[in-house]
Design a protein around this ligand. Structure first.
Ligand code: 2HA
Ligand code: ZN
Length: 269
């Protein structure tokens, strides 16, 4: 058996949580990540005997049998690197997604993130759009969060502002950013609402709370949030100043052609 702590999915998860903490996106126990694992890869390091079974509190037929590496509830991203087995867990969903068998981790008796419903439902939604999707990531980046206090939350308006803040934005997230109004977190309701928003974009802002990103690997998903957060930072640097220049829609169309991307239907003139 290989050592699970050196499996690529584990080292990537440790590096990512550490890096997100360093970016200031995951204060205290803020933020959570779920990574879909390949069963064959997990079997190289685990004998797959369930340690205990957890109730998920929802049903997700599409996820039955699927295995995820997930950050733990109440756990701090800053601590993951020092005690991965306490702060992370590997679970296999069974019984139509209503149960999760713990295969490794949460070794202090813990369980997966309180945002597990939003994560799992978002995986279902993104898999339908993009079968290569493996990651759902949630965090609290300050500039995006701040922007939800001062900017119109209309998705088209919010997206267009971010696109105008850095040339790369429309290339990195041509589908734009969807926005949920403030809702109570940790519930199935916000999970369902987030997953619905994930049908049309890989980024979903939770107003006055944070952001969700989805992607094919941890690096790419991190980069997606990083790009949106950079744009929000620039917005906050200029929002109170007279706007003299911008990236025009005509220039956005040049970017679409140059980088082979298609902006969200109806978002450009
Ligand atoms: O506590 O970020 O949304 C973790 C969270 C809840
Ligand atoms: Zn949060």
């Amino acid at each position: 058996m290989k050592d699970i702590l050196t499996a690529p999915f584990m080292t990537e998860m440790i590096r990512t949580t550490t890096n997100m903490y360093a970016h200031g996106w995951d204060e205290r126990n803020g933020g959570n990540i779920s990574l879909l694992l390949d069963e064959a890869e997990v079997k190289e390091s685990l004998d797959m005997t369930p340690i205990r079974t957890l109730e998920t509190g929802f049903e997700a037929l599409e996820l039955s049998g699927k295995i995820f590496l997930v950050t733990g509830t109440g756990k701090y991203f800053k601590n993951v690197q020092y005690a991965p087995d306490v702060n992370l867990g590997i679970v296999r969903l069974t019984e139509n997604g209503t149960k999760a068998e713990l295969l490794w981790g949460y070794s202090d008796g813990g369980r997966f993130t309180s945002e597990f419903p939003a994560h799992m439902m978002s995986h279902v939604a993104r898999m339908k759009v993009d079968p290569s999707n493996r990651v759902v990531m949630h965090c609290h980046p300050a500039n995006l969060l701040a922007m939800t206090y001062v900017h119109d939350l209309d998705e088209k308006a919010f997206t267009r502002t971010l696109w105008q803040m850095c040339t790369e934005c429309i290339v990195v997230f041509p589908d734009g950013v969807n926005v949920l109004p403030w809702m109570l977190c940790g519930t199935n309701e916000i999970g369902i609402a987030t997953a619905k928003k994930m049908e049309t974009a890989r980024l979903v802002v939770w107003a006055q709370h944070g952001i969700y990103g989805a992607g094919k690997d941890l690096d790419e998903t991190f980069g997606l949030i990083e790009t949106a957060e950079k744009a929000a930072e620039i917005y906050l640097k200029i929002a109170h100043l007279p706007l003299v220049n911008t990236i025009t829609d005509e220039q956005m169309h040049l970017l679409e052609a140059r980088f082979g991307v298609k902006a969200r239907e109806g978002y450009l003139n």
